[in-house]
Design a binder for this molecule. Structure first.
Ligand SMILES: *[C@@H]1O[C@H](CO)[C@@H](O)[C@H](O)[C@H]1NC(C)=O
Ligand SMILES: *[C@@H]1O[C@H](CO)[C@@H](O)[C@H](O)[C@H]1NC(C)=O
Ligand SMILES: *[C@@H]1O[C@H](CO)[C@@H](O)[C@H](O)[C@H]1NC(C)=O
Ligand SMILES: *[C@@H]1O[C@H](CO)[C@@H](O)[C@H](O)[C@H]1NC(C)=O
Length: 520
């Protein structure tokens, strides 16, 4: 595992750069520029999420989210014992954030609204004026700088009173989410023209409801996690149609959902069982959400439906652990997204595995029956799960295109890499250059309809269970200072150069003005 704790010295950095540069020859000429370029109207942005940056957990009449409540009760849930009470203090420092986004030359900023900041009880009987004022001010400030806010309604910080009712495992949440969406469209829809209903329902449900990696740590394997998936999908569809019918006609925006996907490669491509395992993994984890929305047929993918039914029955359940949609619900979901929001970070190698020590039965993992490994040659600059394999990005974009066509554009709503800190983040520069190049190949050589890309993330932040130990930011944040000072890393300069030139400049890192290098 390669890491660069602290601020690497420039000399070290440059020799590292030479190593990283070896991988890029073949698709750049002597100029260092990628041979393909991004269209002028291509959406470039950067992404954040409310709980990971805002802090101010009890300020301005905000209600508690389940992450606030849980982390206060279980202070050692995160690896560093941290929580989101202050985070990057974006509630107070939003103007600095806007300046950071602006300095990258970006016209789009993806962020989320904290549901309990707007509705402290979760329900729409009490609307918090302070919260509304905070977001309206932030949105207007962004517009003043010609930056379009792209807003996610739910990025995991469920109001605690709703979690106490079972959260996404209680079907009543569908009504509550629709009510919240209605409040948000009503209060902000004059400004916000790009909405995402949900962020990564797969990670949220499997880690939070199936396991205990995320809050609410429900540990309801194979049951609660599918209820969560099912009701998140239905709540998404309700919010989509509410917008489509009652708000789109005058607000004229777009609304979709954000799904996460690792790419899945067969461990041994010559083995049919490994090829089946890879396809099964993608259907069980991405198809389960994407097929109901984006396929022409609608509903859960046949493979997913059949497999969970079979295993449920063999386990003695009277009915499938995966709930059924009614035919009107299938219709409600089908086509309920104006874009395919994709969060992608890494790839795993898949092989057939009926049972593994550590899997609970039942569980989503056990139902999938696939062993996940990574190639030891793929670099891991930070979090252990995030190995760098740029070609996997092109492949997952192609899998989506093969399965759901090109009519609905893909917007990459998150992509990025973690490390353990430092301003001279050569591994991140290399990651963005190479992943973005694979995306260009998907666009130009494979015909994928990709219209936007958001880097994860603007600045180092609260990374859920990892607390503040892993860093994903283009900007370094000093968490020891009450000012939470933001400083651009090399990757920030590099990303700004890509956005400005509309090409990847693989040599830019050598050309960053000395003035910038010196402050790093
Ligand atoms: C760009 O480079 C790639 C990789 O070498 C190559 O496959 C592709 O044909 C090139 N395209 C153009 C338009 O030069
Ligand atoms: C957290 O602390 C509690 C109480 O001190 C302890 O029982 C538990 O094992 C700890 N959990 C972890 C993950 O360290
Ligand atoms: C489900 O079980 C039936 C009957 O045993 C079998 O034919 C089918 O292949 C199974 N389907 C899956 C996806 O496992
Ligand atoms: C704060 O500073 C100390 C000492 O320099 C360092 O060890 C620690 O990692 C810093 N904490 C954070 C959150 O940056």
């Amino acid at each position: 595992m390669r890491s660069s704790r602290g601020v690497a010295r420039l000399a070290t950095g440059l020799s590292l750069w030479c190593l990283l540069a070896q991988g890029v020859s073949g698709y750049v000429d002597g100029s260092g520029l990628s041979n393909y370029s991004f269209p002028d109207d291509f959406i470039f942005g950067v992404a954040t999420a409310a709980f990971q940056i805002e802090g101010a957990w009890n300020i301005g009449n905000k209600g508690e989210s389940m992450w606030d409540t849980y982390l206060h009760k279980h202070p050692n849930f995160t690896v560093d014992g941290s929580n989101g009470d202050v985070a990057t203090d974006s509630y107070h420092k939003y103007k600095t954030d806007i300046n950071c986004v602006k300095s990258l030359g970006l016209k789009y900023y993806r962020m989320s609204i904290s549901w309990p900041r707007i509705l402290p009880q979760g329900t729409d009987n009490v609307i918090n004026k302070d919260g509304v004022r905070y977001y309206r001010t932030l949105f207007k400030e962004l517009l003043k700088e010609n930056i379009t806010p792209v807003v996610t309604l739910f990025h995991w910080d469920l109001p605690t009173p709703l979690m106490d009712l079972g959260g996404w495992s209680n079907p009543k949440i569908i009504d509550y989410f629709e009510d919240y969406a209605k409040v948000a469209f009503t209060l902000f829809g004059d400004i916000i023209k790009l909405w995402s209903t949900m962020n990564e329902p797969h990670q949220h449900c499997s880690n939070g409801y199936g396991g205990d990696n995320f809050v609410p740590a429900m540990m309801s394997g194979g049951v609660g996690e599918y209820l969560c998936a099912h009701y998140m999908l239905l709540a998404h569809a309700r919010a989509y149609h509410l917008y489509d019918k009652s708000f789109r006609p005058h607000q004229k925006g777009k609304i979709g959902i954000t799904l996460d996907a690792f790419y899945a490669e067969p461990k041994d491509p010559t083995k049919q069982s490994d090829r089946d395992a890879a396809e099964r993994y993608l259907q069980m984890h991405l198809g389960i959400f994407a097929h109901p929305i984006y396929s022409s047929m609608g509903d859960y993918p046949p493979l997913v439906r059949e497999r969970i039914n079979n295993i449920s029955l063999s386990q003695g359940f009277t009915r499938s652990r995966l709930p059924y949609f009614t035919s009107s619900e299938i219709d409600l979901l089908r086509g309920s997204s104006d874009f395919f929001g994709l969060n992608h970070y890494t790839t795993y190698l898949m092989s057939d595995m009926p049972m593994l020590q550590g899997w609970r039965v039942p569980s989503w993992d056990h139902d999938t029956g696939v062993l996940l490994e990574q190639n030891p040659l793929w670099p891991k600059p930070g979090a252990d799960w995030l190995a760098v394999y740029p070609a996997g990005f092109r492949k997952v974009l192609n899998w989506i295109t093969r399965n759901y066509g090109t009519r609905i554009p893909i917007i990459v709503t998150e992509n990025g890499v973690s490390d353990f800190g430092g301003l001279n983040d050569y591994a991140r520069v290399s990651y963005y250059n190479n992943y973005l190049y694979q995306m260009l190949l998907a666009m130009y050589e494979d015909g994928c309809n990709i219209q936007g890309y958001f880097a994860w993330t603007l600045m180092d932040d609260f990374e859920w269970k990892d607390g503040y130990t892993v860093k994903f930011g283009l900007f370094h944040v000093d968490f020891n200072s009450t000012e939470r000072t933001r400083i651009p890393k090399l990757s920030a300069f590099n990303y700004a150069e890509i956005v400005r030139r509309r090409r990847i400049n693989f040599k830019y890192i050598e050309q960053i003005p000395k003035a910038h290098i010196n402050i790093l």
